[in-house]
Ligand binder design. Structure first.
Ligand SMILES: O=C([C@H](O)CO)[C@H](O)[C@H](O)COP(=O)(O)O
Length: 209
């Protein structure tokens, strides 16, 4: 299982600073949606230039214009882009078309897809040529009392595509994510919000072996 650090930070400078200690322990660097909204695709360009050996995921959360948005991110250096699973199939197909043209990947984020519909939506994503799906409880959903990663994982048991898991994953829940057979554990606040982000990343990497 790969470890992905989600950089939901407010400047590229902060992201580059954090990565000095964190990058050695992670497989995938995610440029978070807030950072893309603040700094645009220059965040993708600058982080890729500093870490060319790492897979770079641009969390675009694209809802429309899939081919165009994916193409722009690939031109900036992204290896994979995040497209919303609630978008129209045509948007997802457009992103897949761009990914094939560049030899890159599309990750479909299932945020907002109701739990009972997730497995069927994953099957549709497989048919459209998507590379990976991400089951995702966003920051607002995580704040609802009673939320936990184990319940989130149950909603995608038997998924037919490689799975990324995001939603407050931390040292106490990353074992559940691995045992569920996930391909990627996405960790945002569990790394950037830790008192020592590099130590947190190292502990997470050691926990998954
Ligand atoms: O995608 C994310 C969220 O929607 C804000 O952009 C986060 O990167 C993702 O949830 C991972 O962060 P944590 O939940 O804090 O681990």
């Amino acid at each position: 299982m790969k470890l992905q650090t989600a950089l939901d930070l407010l400047s590229t400078a902060d992201a580059l600073k954090l990565l000095i200690g964190v990058a050695p322990y992670v497989d995938i660097i995610e440029i978070g949606t807030p950072l893309i909204k603040i700094d645009g695709l220059s965040a993708v360009r600058n982080v890729k230039a500093a870490h060319p050996d790492k897979e770079l995921f641009a969390d675009l959360k694209t809802m429309d214009a899939g081919e165009l948005e994916a193409k722009l991110a690939f031109e900036a250096g992204a290896d994979s882009v995040g497209i919303l699973g609630v978008a129209n199939d045509a948007t997802i197909a457009g992103a897949v078309k761009a990914a094939r043209a560049f030899g890159r990947q599309v990750v479909v984020d299932l945020i907002g897809v109701p739990a009972p519909h997730r497995l069927a939506r994953i099957r549709e994503m497989a048919a459209l040529g998507v590379n990976r799906v991400e089951v995702h409880a966003g920051l607002d959903e995580q704040a609802i009392p009673g939320y936990n990663v184990v319940d989130l994982l149950k909603t995608v048991e038997g998924a037919e595509l490689p799975l990324a898991v995001a939603g407050g994953v931390n040292l106490s829940s990353i074992g559940n994510v691995k045992n569920a057979g996930a391909s990627v554990a996405v960790v945002g606040s569990g790394i950037y919000g830790a008192p020592d982000p590099a130590a947190a990343a190292r502990a997470l990497k050691e926990a998954i072996g």
